[in-house]
Design a protein around this ligand. Structure first.
Ligand code: UFG
Length: 338
C-alpha cells in the first residue's frame, strides 16, 4: 500500500516524501510541476535511495487522477496541492477558490470511489484569523480569515469535518502549519520562490547572496519585545516528520482531528535576522519599513496536542533553520551558474 502525496514535488511535500520513504513507506507523488520541477524526484531518490512513483497531473483533473488510483494501491492521501501566495489570493480570489476547493473535492471523490478513507490535509495557522488568544490551541476560537488563501484552508477544513461526520469510516487529520522555513540538511531540497519572495526567510537568503540589496522589516512599532512581528518558525524537516506521525495516528483513528504543527516558540523578525547573521557569519542589510497590510503582531502555536496524541515535537532550532536555508540558497546559486 502506498501514500499519495498531491503536490509532493513542492517544498513541504518533497520533504515529507523523504521522511516517509526513510521510514519505510511507499510513496506516490502527483504534481503538475506548476511550482516545482521534475529534478525534485531525482533528488528525493538521491537522498533516500528509493524513487517514488511520479505522475505529472493536475489533481483537479478527475480523469487524470483516476489513472493514479487505478494503477496504485493508495492507502492514504496527504493533500499538499494548492495555490499558496497570500497576496496573489487577494488579487485573484476566484482562481484561488476554484483551484484549491476543486482539487480537494476531486481528490476526496476519487478516494471515495476507490474505497480510500485516510486523508491528511495541509492546513495553516492562518485559519485562526484575527484571534487575540496566544498561543493558539486547536480549541482557540477561529475568527474568520484575512485573505482568500486563508479562507480556502478554512473552507476545506469545514468540508472535511462534514465528510468525516457523514462517513464513519473516514479518518481525517488537519495539520495547521505555522511558519515553515529551512531546507533539507543535504542541500538538495528547499523552497524555490518564483519572483520576489513574499516570505521572510527566502527574502533574507536572497539578500545574503546579493540578489536583493536589503530586507524591508515591515513595522517596528508592534507590541512585541523589539517592536517587530513575532512568528513560530518551524524547520521543514520537523514539519515533514509531523506528517509521518500523523499517518501513524490515522491508521488507528477515525473521525476528524486538527493538530498544530509549530514549535511553541515565537521569534521576532530581528531575532531571525540576527541569528542568520551569527550562524552564517555575514551581515544582512535591512531598513525599517511601514507595516504590511494584513499582518498580525504576534502568534505562535501551543504544540501540546501534537506531542500528546501524535508523539511528535519539533526539535530543530532557529540556528538550524538559518544554516540550512543558507546552504540551500548557495546550492540554488551554484545550479544557476552551471
Ligand atoms: N516580514 C518582513 N519583511 C519581509 C517579509 C516578511 O519584515 O520581506 C515579516 C512579516 O511582517 C512578519 C514575518 O516577517 O512579521 C513573517 O512573514 P512571512 O511573510 O514570512 O509569514 P506570515 O506569517 O505572514 O505568513 C505565513 C505564510 C502564510 C500562512 C501564515 C500562517 O506565508 O501562507 O504564515 O501562519 F498563512
Amino acid at each position: 500500500m502506498a501514500i499519495l502525496l498531491t503536490g509532493g514535488a513542492g517544498f513541504i511535500g518533497s520533504h515529507t516524501a523523504v521522511e516517509l520513504l526513510c521510514a519505510g513507506y511507499e510513496v506516490v507523488i502527483a504534481d503538475d510541476l506548476s511550482n516545482s520541477d521534475a529534478s525534485v524526484i531525482d533528488r528525493i531518490e538521491t537522498i533516500t535511495g528509493r524513487r517514488p512513483a511520479f505522475y505529472r497531473i493536475n489533481v483537479a483533473d478527475r480523469a487524470a487522477l483516476e489513472t493514479v488510483f487505478s494503477a496504485e494501491a493508495i492507502d492514504a492521501v496527504i493533500h499538499f496541492a494548492g495555490f499558496k501566495a497570500v497576496g496573489e489570493s487577494v488579487e485573484k480570489p476566484l482562481a484561488y477558490y476554484r483551484n484549491n476547493l476543486d482539487s480537494a473535492l476531486t481528490v476526496l471523490e476519487a478516494m471515495q470511489a476507490h474505497g480510500c478513507a485516510r486523508f491528511i490535509f495541509s492546513s495553516s495557522a492562518t485559519v485562526y484569523g484575527l484571534t487575540e488568544q496566544i498561543p493558539y490551541t486547536e480549541q482557540t476560537e477561529r475568527r474568520g480569515c484575512t485573505n482568500p488563501y486563508g479562507w480556502t484552508k478554512y473552507m476545506i477544513e469545514q468540508i472535511l469535518q462534514d465528510a468525516a461526520a457523514a462517513d464513519g469510516d473516514l479518518a481525517v487529520v488537519l495539520l495547521r502549519y505555522f511558519n515553515p522555513v529551512g531546507a533539507h540538511p543535504s542541500g538538495l531540497l528547499g523552497e524555490k520562490p518564483s519572483g520576489v519572495p513574499n516570505n521572510l526567510m527566502p527574502y533574507v537568503t536572497q539578500v545574503a547572496c546579493g540578489i536583493r540589496t536589503h530586507l524591508s522589516v515591515f513595522g517596528n512599532d508592534y507590541p512585541t519585545p523589539d517592536g517587530t512581528g513575532v512568528r513560530d518558525y518551524i524547520h521543514v524537516q520537523d514539519l515533514a516528520q509531523g506528517h509521518v506521525a500523523a499517518y501513524r495516528y490515522i491508521l488507528e483513528h477515525k473521525g476528524c482531528e486538527a493538530f498544530n504543527l509549530g514549535t511553541g516558540k515565537g521569534y521576532s523578525v530581528l531575532e531571525l535576522v540576527h541569528t542568520f547573521e551569527r550562524v552564517n557569519g555575514m551581515k544582512i542589510p535591512y531598513q525599517i519599513a511601514p507595516r504590511r497590510a494584513g499582518d498580525i503582531a504576534m502568534y505562535y502555536a501551543a504544540p501540546d496536542k501534537a506531542a500528546a496524541e501524535l508523539g511528535w515535537r519539533a526539535c530543530k532550532t532557529l540556528e538550524d533553520m538559518c544554516r540550512d536555508a543558507w546552504r540551500w540558497q548557495c546550492r540554488l546559486q551554484a545550479d544557476e551558474e552551471t
